[in-house]
Design a protein around this ligand. Structure first.
Ligand code: PLP
Length: 358
């Protein structure tokens, strides 16, 4: 039976990435050795790093005065590195989900955190719109896509202080204006590569402004100076990331990806809105994520939740169970998710409706 992978992360990657990575694991650059077995300072791996950074720049149109880093520790280590390197006194955070909250928790180790707004009281089912960012904050942090709750902010904030964004779950899915940001970061394990590497796009002149001493590995300057090769980088995830970047470019880049993502999400949201058995969890349609589609059983059908999960799983839908804090279902439909898999889920929903609609 064909499996349709709706996992939130680690999640579906292009078949191209998986095949090319498997080839490189067996025989890297015709060397007869695995990419896992060769020096990261050898010319073949240096070429991988250079090309991955160059494609990042090309696909996202990253200005010259930014660096592209590939670091260990996941997005979670960035929750700490950002305030460590950028916060002198206080920073502003928008709290739109569990990952924002985790970033806030780490920032509090380094100074005052101003939570400009929060949707926590309603289990993060909307994006707060009315808030002010203090002009004297060292930076403003937000999470563009809330993987757990299925909400997304698809705009670039235009502020006079540096804007820092966790784009773990929507990088490369839509157009962004990098010049509006100080730092864009994320774990790679959704739209880019296997787990084990975080990407950091950082404006070079942001670092070196705080007075505190920063341990070498946690200092962005170390990694900017070392071209992301200060220590041994996660070579296999970076090699895999390069394959995804090549796939993105070959498939029309971000603009094409955004268009397809809009079409894919619309297909599924239209069905959720039409089908009487289900309903979406996000309060306002404009806040709905194009990457993680959250829905629950409609009123009167709550008792059928387990049955639908079993029914859909039996038809090859993998990992559609919602996060425990939201319940119901979550279909993660990242870049590599084909329309045909979304259609397969819709077919399941319609078949279930025929059986059960009152
Ligand atoms: N931020 C967001 C939006 C996420 O979805 C995740 C993981 O799912 C993280 C941060 C944490 O990433 P990592 O596991 O790489 O630390």
């Amino acid at each position: 039976m064909k499996k349709h992978n709706f996992s939130a992360g680690p999640s579906i990657l292009p078949q191209f990435t998986i095949e090319k990575t498997a080839e490189g694991i067996k025989d890297f650059a015709g060397s007869g050795l695995s990419v896992m077995e060769v020096s990261h300072r050898g010319k073949d791996f240096v070429a991988v790093m250079d090309e991955a950074q160059a494609l990042f720049r090309e696909l996202l149109n990253i200005p010259e005065d930014y660096s592209v880093l590939f670091l260990g520790g996941g997005a979670s280590l960035q929750f700490c590195m950002i305030p460590y390197n950028l916060m002198s006194k206080k920073a502003a955070y928008l709290n739109t989900g569990a990952w924002s909250a985790k970033a806030i928790k780490e920032a509090k180790f380094f100074g005052e955190v101003v939570e400009v707004a929060s949707s926590k009281d309603t289990v993060y089912n909307y994006i707060p719109k009315d808030f002010e960012v203090p002009a004297d904050a060292d930076y403003f942090h937000f999470t563009s896509n809330n993987t757990i709750y299925g909400t997304q902010i698809r705009k670039d904030f235009d502020l006079d202080i540096p804007v820092v964004c966790d784009m773990s779950s929507d990088i490369f899915s839509r157009k962004i204006d990098v010049s509006k940001y100080g730092i864009i970061y994320g774990g790679a394990q959704k739209n880019l590569a296997p787990a084990g590497v975080a990407f950091v796009i950082i404006k070079n002149d942001l670092v070196g402004k705080v007075d505190r001493a920063i341990p070498t590995m946690l200092n962005y300057q170390t990694h900017i100076d070392g071209g992301s090769m200060f220590n041994t980088p996660p070579v296999v995830p970076i090699f895999a990331a390069l394959q995804t970047l090549k796939w993105l470019k070959a498939n029309g880049g971000i603009e094409a990806m955004e268009k397809i993502n809009e079409e894919k999400a619309a297909l599924l949201y239209d069905e959720i809105d039409r089908n009487p058995v289900f309903k979406g969890t996000v309060l306002n349609k404009e806040d709905r994520s194009l990457m993680n589609v959250c829905f629950i059983m409609n009123d009167g059908y709550e008792a059928l939740e387990k049955e639908f999960l079993e029914f859909a799983t039996g038809k090859g839908m993998s990992a559609i169970k919602g996060h425990r804090s939201v319940g119901g279902f979550r279909a993660s439909i990242y870049n590599a998710m084909p329309k045909s898999s979304i259609q397969a889920l819709i077919d399941c929903m319609q078949e279930f409706e025929k059986k059960h609609a009152k």
